[in-house]
Design a protein around this ligand. Structure first.
Ligand code: GLC
Length: 423
């Protein structure tokens, strides 16, 4: 929390007070400037989109502020900026889980009148659903994510092992093919942040469990399925396990870099890894396979639904231009511009059969059915607090400070308190 606050304070100090052009309704001689916060590592890929938007709408430009990469940190920062209500940002680039909170607080402009059935039908239904809160549309999906299991097809084939579909097969494969510390069996996102929740949820669903039922707000963390799921994580990183001890500090990029360097047999991550790992110079180019996440039974698992979308801040003084940007960013041309070089998965359905995108990222063809069976995180306005509770207790269990049962009992109790008077 302190780290989040420090980021928030540091970045808000840079952003506020709002530059002079905003004092004058954001319209100076040069026209209108829309402002948006993006993760620092994505900014280079947003620039071509900002340029194409300005060309399509002369006089309107998009200014991109660089923010921290982890979603949790940017959520705090976005919340602080929107809370101040002074229109520091016109556009909000938001994770699938942020809509309920920002919409419930009244910080987002409803988009129902701007985007009707025609536009909505262009977008992946699950990704679109993440932008709807209490029947109103607040966010258009821009790029999507789903949890996947990457494996070293070359190593498995050489050992005559079939790609793992159950947790037991995953453990067995990892154990047989690893040679720590040079090559580990299984990498995942184990740091105390949202990525750990995404991974844990897949393991939890694969064990038949659930976290929060969005309708009834029933909490399933103190059930045996959850204990078995957490035991899998704890066993993986325990001495003699299949994951390096450092996994409890890894986010997406650390795990990708290790996997791409040939340092692991299996990796849980998002679709973007595919393109980067297949690039020239990658130690694993041409040696990868990808599967849905595992389950107890071996039936294809359901990866966590991730992804990022765009919304218009209610305090924006330029809603018409901001809506125009949403329309522009979700066009096929813009999806090509952003997703071809990055390997991010697009939000438009037609992008998955687009020759230009398929040429850049042939893996897209396999992704659509996996995406269709993804599991969304619970749609609750107090999502950030519920996630924080889970992150803390998962981390305590991974560090051996709490047993799996203690961690989950405490997490269940605190989650019920968080949800108790949720709007
Ligand atoms: C990815 C996903 C996002 C998720 C985050 C966790 O960015 O798109 O939904 O919350 O990873 O690290």
């Amino acid at each position: 929390m302190n780290r989040r606050r420090a980021w928030t304070a540091a970045i808000l100090a840079l952003l506020l007070p709002v530059p002079a052009c905003h004092g004058d309704e954001g319209r100076d001689r040069a026209g209108v400037t829309l402002r948006m916060l993006v993760p620092a590592n994505e900014r280079p890929f947003w620039l071509p989109l900002a340029e194409s938007f300005s060309r399509a709408r002369p006089g309107v430009s998009l200014e991109l502020e660089e923010g921290p990469v982890p979603t949790d940190l940017r959520e705090s920062l976005t919340t602080s900026a929107l809370l101040s209500g002074d229109g520091a940002f016109d556009l909000v680039y938001l994770d699938v889980t942020w809509t309920p909170k920002l919409a419930a607080a009244g910080w987002l402009r409803p988009l129902d009148d701007d985007f009707g059935e025609g536009k909505r039908a262009e977008l992946l239904p699950q990704a679109l659903a993440a932008g709807i809160y209490r029947g109103r549309l607040y966010r258009l999906p821009f790029r999507t994510d789903v949890g996947l299991l990457y494996y070293r097809a070359d190593l498995l084939a050489a050992a005559g092992i079939a790609p793992p579909r159950t947790f037991a097969q995953l453990e067995e494969t990892a154990r047989r093919l690893q040679s720590p510390p040079d090559r580990w069996g299984f990498l995942w996102q184990g740091a105390q942040y949202e990525g750990l929740v995404c991974f844990f949820l897949e393991v939890l669903h694969g064990h038949g469990g659930f976290w929060i039922e969005p309708e009834s707000l029933r909490v399933g963390l103190d059930r045996p399925e959850a204990e078995a799921a957490l035991a899998f994580l704890v066993r993986a990183r325990a001495p003699g396990g299949i994951s390096p001890p450092g996994v409890a500090a890894y986010r997406e990029e650390e795990t990708r870099q290790l996997f791409q360097g040939g340092r692991a047999v299996l990796l849980r991550s998002w679709p973007y890894v595919w393109r980067l790992a297949q690039r020239e110079g990658s130690a694993v180019a041409g040696r990868l396979g990808v599967l849905p996440v595992p389950t107890l039974s071996g039936a294809p698992g359901s990866g966590t639904l991730g992804g990022w979308g765009l919304a218009v801040a209610r305090a924006s003084r330029h809603p018409a231009e901001a809506v125009a940007f949403l329309r522009h960013a979700t066009s096929l041309e813009s999806q090509r511009l952003f997703c071809a070089p990055t390997g991010f998965a697009p939000a438009r359905i037609d992008a998955y059969s687009d020759p230009a995108l398929l040429a850049a990222n042939p893996f897209l063809a396999e992704l659509l059915p996996i995406h269709a069976s993804a599991t969304a995180r619970p749609v609750v306005a107090r999502y950030a607090q519920a996630s924080d509770v889970l992150q803390r207790h998962l981390t305590a269990a991974l560090a051996g400070l709490e047993t799996t049962r203690e961690a989950l009992a405490a997490a269940a109790r605190e989650t019920r308190l968080v949800l108790g008077d949720s709007p």
